[in-house]
Design a protein around this ligand. Sequence first.
Ligand code: MOS
Length: 745
Amino acid sequence: MKTDYIGKPTSRVDGALKVTGTAKYAAEFSADGLTYGYVVSSTIAQGTIKKIDLEEALNLKGVLQIFTHENVSGLAWFDRSYKDEDAVAGSPFRPLYDKKIRYSMQPIALVVAETFELARYAASIIKVEYTTESHISDLKENIPNSFKAPKGKVGFKPPVSRGDAKEAFENAPVKIASEYIHSAEHHNPMEIYATTVVMEPDGKLTVYDKTQGVSNCQAYISKIFGLSAKEVRVMSPFMGGGFGSGLRPQYQLFLAVLASLELKRSVKVSLTRQQMFSFGHRPASVQQMALSASPDGTLQSIAHTAYGETSMFEDYTEVVVNWSGLVYQCENVEQKYDLVKLNTYTPLDMRAPGAASGFHAIESAMDELAYALKMDPLALRLKNYAERDQNDKKPFSSKALRACYAEGAAKFGWDKRSIEPRSMREGNNLIGWGMATGSWDAMQMKATANAVLTADGKLTVGSGTSDIGTGTYTIMTQIAAETLGLPIENVTFKLGDTLLPEAPLEGGSWTATSVGSAVQSVCTTIKEQVFKLAKKVKNSPFANADLKEVNFDNGEISLKLNPSKTLSITDVMKQSGKVSIEEEATTMPNPIHMLEYSFNSHSAVFVEVKVDEDLGTVVVSRVVSAIAAGKILNPKTARSQILGAVVWGISMALEEDSVVDNNFGRFINHNLSEYHVAVNKDINDIEVIFVEEKDDVINPLGIKGLGEIGLVGVAGAVANAVFHATGHRVYNLPITMDKVLGLSE
Ligand code: MOS
């Protein structure tokens, strides 16, 4: 049996734990004498708390304490310069810091009681009086007050322009200009945000938190409460979806730790589904696109301006417009990205932040241009294919986007498309075919992993990363097992614990690359150690052999040229008198390659929609998503990643909409019955293709990450298909039936 696992469709190693309910999530941990917190949320968006009357609630038997801004002063609070790993420019929100209200549903009190029900009831009888001030919540109306997006966030690149887009646009024979609007969207993972703080007998804290970064949360708690890292252990073994919502420490973490330290008790704080709409979202945006071309389709200019919302206290930034200058060959590019301050919580990275909304605008505009040129939309993309990254003036480490276009189009049957809108029909349904391009950054961060090989041939590898449902446990186990040539069932991967070596936040699609590299590196070191021992055992067949001359497979070492000469790893350990071998390794991206190349994954998405001519309802009947993302570690979990992202893209295009009532400055559909997401009935045929993409530059594993690329482009492809079906372009997502019928914009 070959122990080659990389590139093989391996089932999730944590699958059985999950489907049997054995996997424990943050709110499922318990402790002796556990107490329960319930958060009170503000009902206004801007103003101050005049009076907060706790008396009746505090008098209830079993209510232990109610924390408000009036009784938490005297905390060590933050080192003001401290920023969490995903922080943006500005001053991070501090729960219960003062009487000011900066956004609707701001947490203003935490009730702690002996039971959850009691805490919830007590919270309901707290009387709050506010001095209400006028709030700002309408992005479009406030664009005149926009300002240039500042730096301050890891990975944010300010937009760059080149050439003269204005002049080229003026002089070009074919041109289009349009505006795209996105309302806010919320991550809405299945698992609710929760923290269980266990106060250990020695006063130390064990914190089970829902987070995409345990060390980020540990540092945050330590800074606020003046604790050492030894006094706070943060764990997050499983996560029921993140999508970016767990990149920053959420306020229930702060509140639970505060209460635990003050009461010297274990405390659990779990938010409600409504409160899941109170701590970050994909920002609403307004985007303006202007494209021009010569009659043969050669792009003459691209101008892309985006206005994104941010909060009153921080300036959230994401890369929205730079994709325009990256994805197509064009000499005249103008890119602008400004922010508008609103009374809202600071927006938060949400799967493919910036790209998901940016590419909808770019790819819809390219579609419009194709119709203006009377050109096939795919032919227009191919005509302007970018061989190099013109933003950064570098070659790509690899770019198999052409193959995505070709294989995706072939699978979809794109060549059978009639070019005119409203030209394809099936009874009462107008049929539309649309396509779009996508791209995402392929990033690598510093990461550390450790590994212990024991005499019984079992390997335990660990790194403080997380698995937000993406398959981290599985792919790390595959990499470790293959590197050391062990059967996969002999390998255990541990994550989500600050006692493990530090890993970056799980985000940005960089975990497979970053943590995978560290795992590969530490297992290679263990392999070298084992081989050293193997050479020294009595009558070793490898005494004069080099590591390159042997295979590690199925727990055995053998000579490549004489495979009958073998020694098992357990034999080597036994004969050497070794109980275990333990190693640690840290990996980083290659700094020279970083300077010389651009690293991107790419996609081509093809969509068929059926639009009921009378009702305006849109059904996405077919999707083909072709992905170029380097080597695919696990085709099974990788396909699931892309499937999930395509489902989300359909949801984004047709359904997701966090509606702000400007009278109250508040998200009013803050529940899963009114915030619509795609469900089973909305999903039909989805085909995922991974095109061959060999990349020797990017990292030793040749991988690019898959967390976000599957979403980029989908909304644009759906929108383009709806136009092809109906001849009516909807510029404002989501594309609901009223907009399709032209009854609203
Ligand atoms: Mo992702 S939005 O970086 O979790």
